[in-house]
Design a protein around this ligand. Structure first.
Ligand SMILES: C[S@@+](CC[C@H](N)C(=O)[O-])C[C@H]1O[C@@H](n2cnc3c(N)ncnc32)[C@H](O)[C@@H]1O
Length: 277
């Protein structure tokens, strides 16, 4: 069996990676409007070499590659071989390449990238300052960093509402400790801005965004939220009778947000932009 260097390395290559791939179509559809925010920003670019950090299924990397066209190249990177295999099966483009690596530690050629992007792929580093310093080293001077990161859990009702319903039945896990990797680890813009500055970035801006996310039909929404977010681990470890009760509890609250187009709930995230010094 492969030896993993960190818990996150193991998570994304094992259970977390399998769950991501099993739910990939729903995830890509749900997150598409957030990806569009990145594509808006990337319209400003031409003839560039781009790194996508933690590309997942690489739908956004492929869309970026086709938006930028010939003369540009997008390197879609991910720590998870399992996820990357799925991405390679689904996404093809002459100017899209794949790289399996831990971006925190990978020995990139210095000053390689004009632009680094990520949609929710930069919150899982063991040592984020080290990771962003490594990313900075891989970028040309004046290169652009464009990141989408979640704001706090309490602002992301699409996760909070179903997870809170599940916790009526399942044991609620301890909240993550400060600095621990996880979806909300970079939600504090002051702390994150300071870290980016230490890592060698300037002109750091945080644009606050809110978007309603469509989680699909009631069944799809319940399925998705048993696999993603803070309830996923206790759900996975619970006996089947408690899993059934948790699903029923989630279904009851999610049905209150169901419309003709699906279950819709608010999300909140930062578009973080910075320049490499
Ligand atoms: C929440 S998913 C986001 C995937 C994709 N960007 C999207 O928006 O659909 C986080 C991704 O980051 C990857 N990841 C986590 N830690 C990483 C690291 N240290 N280096 C590279 N990729 C990493 C995971 O394997 C996973 O695919």
């Amino acid at each position: 069996m492969k030896e993993y260097t960190t818990e996150m390395d193991e998570y994304w290559n094992e259970a977390g990676g399998r769950k991501w791939v099993d739910n990939l179509l729903r995830i890509e559809k749900t997150l598409e409007p957030i990806g569009s925010k990145m594509l808006e920003v990337m319209k400003e670019e031409a003839q560039v070499k781009v790194l996508d950090v933690g590309c997942g299924g690489a739908d956004l990397a492929a869309k970026t590659a086709s938006l930028l066209g010939q003369g540009s190249e997008v390197i879609a990177s991910d720590i998870s071989q399992h996820i990357l295999d799925e991405a390679k099966r689904n996404q093809r483009s002459a100017n899209l390449r794949f790289l399996q690596c831990d971006v925190e530690n990978y020995d990139f050629d210095p000053h390689l990238f004009d632009v680094v992007i990520s949609r929710f792929g930069v919150m899982f580093f063991e040592n984020p300052l080290k990771a962003f310093t490594n990313i900075n080293k891989s970028m040309k001077k004046g290169g652009r960093l464009n990141l989408l990161v979640w704001k706090a859990f309490d602002d992301n009702l699409w996760m909070k509402v179903p997870a809170s319903a599940a916790f009526k039945v399942l044991e609620k896990p301890e909240p993550p400790k400060e600095g621990e990797p996880g979806p909300f680890s970079l939600c504090d813009s002051d702390a994150f801005g300071e870290m980016l500055s230490k890592a060698g970035f300037d002109d750091i801006t945080f644009a606050s965004n809110k978007l309603n996310l469509n989680l699909g039909s009631l069944n799809e929404a319940v399925q998705l939220m048993t696999q993603l977010g803070p309830a996923a681990k206790p759900y996975g470890e619970a006996p089947s009778n408690l899993q059934k009760q948790a699903r029923e509890s989630m279904e009851a609250v999610l049905s209150q947000h169901e419309s003709a187009s699906g279950v819709v709930l608010p999300s909140a995230f930062w578009l973080v932009r910075a320049t490499a010094l």
